[in-house]
Design a protein around this ligand. Structure first.
Ligand code: SF4
Length: 259
């Protein structure tokens, strides 16, 4: 049964991140299907922050689709209005470009199954691709952290491998950039270029990680092998440690996909 689930699984950045942090957490989420929404458990500030982020992604999607955003009906959320103004200044919609907001790409090649949901893919008239990711948290992003994050690795690699779904031809790594943008810090976007060398490196990394996960003996792994600092912010804390963890800072899959 577990083998079947693993074979069927398309790995997301969230899944890879979970496995790296704690294989037991990965097992509970993906092999045992144990999930629940955490939002209701978080304190009201955290819940409000998550809601703002979710709404911003919806408004940005409508903006790039060229349909009315409906923001004028949101009266209470001054921040959302500021964020949308900042987005329009940062990224005006130009007629010569193509925009694909909230676009999902999937890859199934041999043993490798991957998926990623992109906040925005922009293709310019030369066929150059820019991947945008919105991060609505207050904390400013760190360049070294995003440079080698699972999201950066997966999203750029997947664009080379599966981007033909948009462009009808394979995209060369050199024609791909990824930009992380925070509406709270609109002037501090992080732009990352891609190269064939990095693509080869990412390919090896992802293939070997998937191989490792598929060969991993989940039944032989015990909670004591995981750093307690990771456990503290895990949704399964109450199962493993018989008392609730800190649910305010737990990253949910929705949050991970949406942001
Ligand atoms: S509580 Fe700790 S050991 Fe248990 S699944 Fe979460 S991270 Fe892993």
């Amino acid at each position: 049964m577990k083998e079947t689930r693993l074979e069927q699984l398309y790995f997301s950045q969230y899944g890879l991140q979970l496995f790296q942090g704690c294989p037991l957490r990965f097992k509970k989420r993906y092999l045992e299907g144990l999930t629940w929404k955490l939002n209701r458990l978080a304190n009201s500030d955290v819940f409000h922050g998550q809601e703002q982020g979710r709404l911003f992604h919806i408004l940005a999607e409508r903006y790039f689709l060229g349909i009315p955003t409906g923001i004028e009906k949101i009266h209470q959320e001054k921040t959302l209005h500021q964020w949308m103004e900042a987005l329009k200044l940062f990224l005006p919609v130009l007629p010569e470009n193509q925009y694909f907001p909230e676009f999902e790409l999937r890859l199934h090649k041999g043993e490798v199954k991957l998926q990623g949901k992109y906040d925005l893919i922009r293709v310019d008239r030369e066929g150059k691709v820019t991947i945008f990711d919105w991060k609505t948290e207050e904390k400013i992003l760190s360049l070294p952290k995003v440079q080698r994050s699972f999201q950066t690795i997966l999203y750029r690699f997947l664009m080379v491998e599966a981007g033909a779904a948009i462009l009808r031809e394979t995209v060369k790594p050199e024609n791909i950039h990824m930009i992380y943008w925070q509406p709270n810090h609109p002037g501090k976007a992080i732009k990352l270029a891609y190269t064939t060398e990095l693509y080869e490196q990412d390919k090896k990394f992802l293939e070997s990680m998937i191989k490792e996960i598929k060969a991993f003996d989940f039944d032989a792994y015990h909670k004591e092998q995981t750093d307690v600092k990771i456990c503290r912010y895990c949704e399964y804390h109450s199962i493993c440690h018989k008392q609730p963890g800190n649910y305010d800072r737990i990253l949910t899959e929705d949050e991970d996909n949406g942001e």
